[in-house]
Design a protein around this ligand. Structure first.
Ligand SMILES: C[S@@+](CC[C@H](N)C(=O)[O-])C[C@H]1O[C@@H](n2cnc3c(N)ncnc32)[C@H](O)[C@@H]1O
Length: 205
């Protein structure tokens, strides 16, 4: 296996995902979604929903479309939707790099810990921006390569291992955020010692 998106974690090992990864990510994803202050009738797209650990943070008065290319991950998300009566959530097979939605069709586009998984993260952000309405918001959590040269070297050294597990540690923030018609509203570590960053951006009107 060569690339993160081909990791078995998102196919054969989906049933273990929540135990090993979900509980590390869930609180921050909920905090980010709650900070968006969704309004009744808002349409939200979540890209790379996986097993659906964030789904119960969306209010029932919004309509959520959530996509992922992995049928195994979506099966677990579907169980959560059913168990929690989340009739406002629609799950679909889909690819972040070719979003099957018209331009300007969602009020919010979210994605948590997917940017380092896809083979073309710049295109993923372009697609998220394309389907977001002007004035709408894009929210992501992700890991970026450190700006500190020593930590960046460590990122490079562990990358062959993390790629096998399902993510890259070499994504550079400046490479993926520049050139989109967006204005950053939040751009910082989830907490002082965390390796993860929260990005919230508004699509320019
Ligand atoms: C680290 S998991 C994150 C899942 C979920 N967002 C969460 O926070 O638990 C990465 C997810 O990205 C999905 N993924 C991989 N390639 C993708 C693509 N091209 N488009 C959308 N999602 C993709 C995987 O199937 C997996 O569910």
């Amino acid at each position: 296996m060569a690339e993160p998106h081909q990791s078995r974690v998102y196919s054969d090992l989906a049933r273990f995902y929540d135990f090993f990864f979900g509980r590390v990510f869930v609180d921050r994803e909920h905090e980010v979604i709650e900070s968006l202050n969704l309004r009744p009738g808002n349409r939200v797209l979540e890209v790379g929903v996986g097993t659906g650990i964030a789904l119960d943070a969306y209010p029932p008065y919004a309509h959520i479309v959530a996509i992922d290319p992995s049928a195994s991950m979506l099966k677990h998300a579907a169980e959560k939707v059913k168990e929690n009566n989340m009739g406002h959530v629609e799950l679909k097979i889909g690819d972040a790099l070719n979003l099957d939605f018209p331009d300007n069709s969602f009020d919010f586009v979210t994605s948590f810990h997917v940017l380092t998984v896809v083979p073309d993260p710049y295109r993923m952000i372009s697609e998220m921006v394309r389907v977001c309405k002007p004035g709408g918001r894009i929210a992501m959590t992700t890991h970026f390569q450190s700006a500190n040269p020593i930590v960046a070297l460590a990122n490079t050294l562990v990358n062959p291992i993390t790629k096998l597990l399902g993510w890259s540690t070499r994504l550079r923030k400046q490479d993926v955020l520049k050139g989109h018609p967006i204005t950053l509203e939040r751009n910082g570590k989830v907490s002082p010692f965390s390796v993860h960053t929260v990005i919230i951006a508004r699509k320019n009107s």
